[in-house]
Write a new protein. Sequence first.
Length: 59
Amino acid sequence: MSLFAHIEELTEKHRAIHREVELEMARPLVDSLKVSELKRRKLRLKEKIEKLKSERNVA
C-alpha cells in the first residue's frame, strides 16, 4: 500500500469516528466514557496522519 493510500485510509477512519462521536452526542443519554474513548482514538489517528504527512514531505 502506498503512503498516500495509507493516509487516505486513516483519514476515512478518522471521519467515521467523528460521525460516531456526533451520533453519540445526539443521544438523550450520552455515554461520556464512550465519547472520551472515541475522541482518544480520533486524536491518535490524527497524530498518525500528521506524522505520515510530514514524513512524506521530508522524503
